[in-house]
Design a protein around this ligand. Structure first.
Ligand code: NDP
Ligand code: 8X3
Length: 253
C-alpha cells in the first residue's frame, strides 16, 4: 500500500505542485481546497499521470465543523495519513495597519492560523496512535521579519512559526516529525489574491528578478520527508538566489 500525503491548498501554487511531486514519487494524495472544479481536475490528472490514488476533499479550512467531519469520517483506506502539509493560506490586502480592512484580517487569521490548527487537531491523533508521521507547516519569510504593510499577514506567519515550534516540543516522544518550510517570494496566485485580483499589481511583485517556482518548493518539501527516521529538519528558510530576506531583493532595472 502506498503512503498517504494530505495537502491543504492543493488547487494552485505550492500545494498543487507538491501534490504532483509526491504523486510522482508513488504517494497516494488527499487534496483539499475550496475551488471544487480545480480540485477534481487536479486529482483526476494526478491519478491518470502517476497511477496513484487521489481523494479530492472540498474543504474550507476555516470551517471547524467541516474539517472535523470530513477528516474524522475518511474511508478506512484514506485514514492513515503519513504526511500532512499545512499549506492553505493567503495574504489578503496590502495596507498600512491604520488603513487595513477587518475582513482581510479575519480571513488571514482564520485561514493561516486557525485553519492550520483545526486540520492538525484532526490529523495528529492518528499519527500518535501509529507512533509516526510528519507534519510540514508552510510558514514564510514573513514569519521571520515584519515589513511595511505586511502587519497581519506577517503576524499570522509568525504564529505559524510559533505553533510549529510548540508542536515539535509537545509531540516529543510520539515519533512525529514537525518541520516548518519558510519560503520567500514564489510566483503563484499568492500576489493576485493579496491584491484582490489586480493582475498588474501582482506582476510587479516579481519584476526584475527570478522568483522561486512552486515546483522548487515542492521539491524541497519532499526532500524533508526523505531523511532517516531519526532525523528531522526543524526549520528551513528558502529563497531564490536574488532574495536575502523580506527586505532585500536584487532586481535588475
Ligand atoms: P496560492 O494562492 O497559489 O495557493 C493558495 C492555496 O490555498 C490555494 O490552493 C487555495 O485554494 C488555498 N486556500 C486559501 N484559503 C483556503 C481556505 N480557507 N480553505 C482551504 N484552502 C484555502 O498561493 P501559494 O501557493 O503561494 O500559497 C501557499 C502557501 O504558501 C500559503 O500558506 C502562503 O502564505 C505560503 N507562502 C507563499 C509564498 C509565495 O511567495 N507565494 C511565500 C511564502 C509562503 P482554494 O482557493 O481553492 O481554497
Ligand atoms: C509570502 C512572501 O514576501 O510576500 O509569504 O511575505 S512575502
Amino acid at each position: 500500500m502506498n503512503q498517504i500525503v494530505f495537502l491543504t491548498g492543493a488547487t494552485s501554487g505550492i500545494g498543487q505542485a507538491t501534490a504532483y511531486h509526491f504523486a510522482s514519487k508513488g504517494y497516494d494524495v488527499i487534496l483539499a481546497g475550496r475551488r471544487v472544479e480545480r480540485l477534481n481536475e487536479t486529482a483526476a490528472e494526478i491519478q491518470n499521470k502517476y497511477k496513484v490514488n487521489t481523494l479530492a476533499l472540498e474543504l474550507d479550512v476555516r470551517d471547524r465543523q467541516a474539517v472535523s467531519d470530513s477528516l474524522n469520517h475518511l474511508e478506512e483506506k484514506w485514514a492513515e495519513i503519513s504526511i500532512l502539509v499545512n499549506n492553505a493560506g493567503l495574504a489578503s490586502g496590502f495596507d498600512f495597519i491604520q488603513d487595513g480592512h477587518i475582513d482581510d484580517w479575519d480571513q488571514m487569521i482564520d485561514t493561516n492560523i486557525k485553519g492550520l490548527l483545526y486540520i492538525s487537531k484532526a490529523v495528529i491523533p492518528g499519527m500518535i496512535r501509529r507512533g509516526k508521521g510528519h507534519i510540514i507547516n508552510i510558514g514564510s519569510t514573513a514569519g521571520k521579519e515584519v515589513y511595511a504593510k505586511g502587519n497581519v499577514y506577517c503576524a499570522s506567519k509568525h504564529a505559524v512559526d510559533a505553533i510549529t515550534k510548540g508542536m515539535r516540543i509537545d509531540l516529543l516522544g510520539t515519533g512525529i516529525k514537525v518541520t516548518q518550510i519558510a519560503p520567500g517570494a514564489a510566483e503563484t496566485e499568492f500576489s493576485l489574491v493579496r491584491f484582490h485580483g489586480d493582475a498588474e499589481q501582482a506582476k510587479k511583485v516579481y519584476k526584475g528578478f527570478q522568483p522561486m517556482t512552486p515546483e522548487d518548493i515542492a521539491e524541497v518539501i519532499f526532500y524533508t520527508t526523505t531523511l532517516p527516521e531519526h532525523l528531522c529538519i526543524n526549520d528551513l528558510v528558502l529563497t531564490s538566489v536574488a532574495q536575502a530576506n523580506s527586505f532585500y531583493i536584487h532586481r535588475e532595472a
